[in-house]
Design a binder for this molecule. Sequence first.
Ligand code: SF4
Length: 332
Amino acid sequence: GAPLLDIRDLRVSFPTDDGVVHAVNGMDLTLRRGETVGIVGESGSGKTVTSQALMGLLKDTSATVTGRILLDGQDLVPLTEAQMRPYRGKRIAMIFQDPLSAMHPFYPVGVQIAEAYRVHHDVSKKAAAAVAVDMLGRVGIPDPKRRYAAYPHEFSGGMRQRAMIAMALVCEPELLIADEPTTALDVTVQAQILDLLNELQAETGTSVILVTHDLGVVAEVCHRVVVMYGGECVEQATVADLFGDPRHPYTQGLLASMPSLAGTSGRLTPIPGFPPSLLALPEGCLFADRCPKAHLVPDGACADRRPVPAGPEGHPSRCHLNAQEPAQEVAR
Ligand code: SF4
């Protein structure tokens, strides 16, 4: 059937004192119901700005957003802040690295979950409280009736993350955006939270976009992956294809730098150099400055022309090496 979410050529830019920052420069992504897609990239790759655009958090800001974000066929890009409000929390919800940023310190956790429910449901406080207690139980918080009245600071980091997941899922959103949800947690708790996300996803059928810099996390929970670099989506594939046959030199570099895949030496091979300046994007491939394979492409094309997505069905990448007919590429 039709995908739940279809992002086409999303572009986001912001004016700053130094000039216009081009944070997202052509992002395409489709998400089916019940699917988990990872968006991977370094900081400054555009992954967080993409999720902010999805949540409509850039409405009423100085950001310029173009392209399409089709949720069930409805384009969210032209919606105003007021028109976006019924979506946020109800149809699209978000969890972050730091639950404290999503919670009020002076209200009990359970009350906040109940209130999140009441924003979109016309029910009594008592009925909403029952929903919240049930939700706390579903995310694995022990003794949920008692914990309902606890304050955020009385929870451990992992329990707080569970409570934020409860708050995000209480309205049964179709789409959950999880932005680095486990980055701040220790490894054991991280694994528990990822298991929980997997379970809840299987149970509710919610589609998940997982934003992360960690390919290990992607391997754990995602069906498909989008790799971002310089605000572009440089490669998209199933998890098996991305890890088994990475086609973009940047993805190849990321995989080579993963400790678990770097062989027994455990030595990391970080990609030398820096991402492109988003204030003045180069004409050619955004990875050209750092790419160890640019010399394989004839005629200096890497520096001159921006690659467009090409390659096998379901596994596009933006690299001249993967384009069958570079001469037929659409000029930008
Ligand atoms: Fe490297 Fe050229 Fe491919 Fe860009 S287009 S990733 S510079 S080989």
